[in-house]
Design a protein around this ligand. Sequence first.
Ligand code: ATP
Length: 360
Amino acid sequence: MKVTLNNIGKKYESREDFTLRNINLEIEDKEFCVILGPSGCGKTTLLRMIAGLNSITEGDLVFGEKRVNKLASKDRDIAMVFQSYALYPHMTVYDNMAFSLSMRKERKNIINERVMEAAKLLQIENYLYSKPSDISGGQRQRVALGRAIVRKPSVFLMDEPLSNLDAKLREHMRVELVRIHKALGTTSIYVTHDQIEAMTMATKIVLMNDGKIQQVGKPYEFYEKPQNMFVAKFIGSPTINLIKGKISGDKFISEDGLISITQKGENLKAVTDYNGKDIYLGVRSERFITGKNVEQFKCVIDVIEVLGKEKNLFVKLSSGKDLVITVPGHYDYEVGEKHVFGFDSEALHFFDAETKERIN
Ligand code: ATP
């Protein structure tokens, strides 16, 4: 089912200002939409409004063609999975999953069919008659998902459902969730502060900050074309390098004068209006190059972070400016060594120093 948010706003009575305002968003049928953002940006507030657990102060929430602002949560045909997935401890996994259907007085054979179907999808068939205390955290999280799946809702709402799991299990469950979403095709709205979850699972990411949407799009767009400096910094690890400077003719020159890059083609067109003005250049750590015919800058290696597959070189320019450069793990570098690097001209992001909006 399609979910549409038109100019949604939320003001908590105890607060002076709106927590959320002017939220416009279309979540298409079958989409896996991840609402991403730092703590306190309003993600949970938004999800709870969609769920019917928070009132909507202004705007329209539309499910399919129907405005549901005033519709009770239980009548919205949604199922929710939260970080704390309180299961009934005295009930078996099977009964936990069957519970909502039993309450709805669904026929026994239908309940059985749905629970078995969900158990198979979640690969928990072997634990159906165990109690929650006898299974692992990851398995319990699957039961919580199962409980939502058996209801065959039109929309799944998930709020940080993996954050209680250890790193390995989270990695595994990310793939599982993608598989389950593919199998069921149910519209899903998933809240997280974890960019990796967003990048790996979403068909659409909504990145929020301070109660406002910063960018909506496909995961790769966030990495390749961040719309402003907040997005550029939030997505990607190590954090994107940002270098303040000016445009002088066809050149970007860093404020310390140590980096100079000639602009051509589309990039040159984009920055011509900025001649003489302050601008930020953004470069992801893996987009530095070496070699002939490259405009290079000098630096000293300050710290090396060894990650196995790759190394992060934390380098310093003579002005004190720090940059991080990622190189393949098998390349030899030593702390204290002097090096020269250049920029891949295809991978330059420019931002207006005043508005922080993308230029190119
Ligand atoms: P987190 O990832 O930490 O859960 P979040 O992005 O989900 O953060 P929200 O929980 O939606 O953010 O909170 C957004 C803002 O609204 C915060 O400033 C928070 O203090 C405030 N807020 C949340 N719930 C209420 C409430 N019931 N009454 C008043 N203010 C609230």
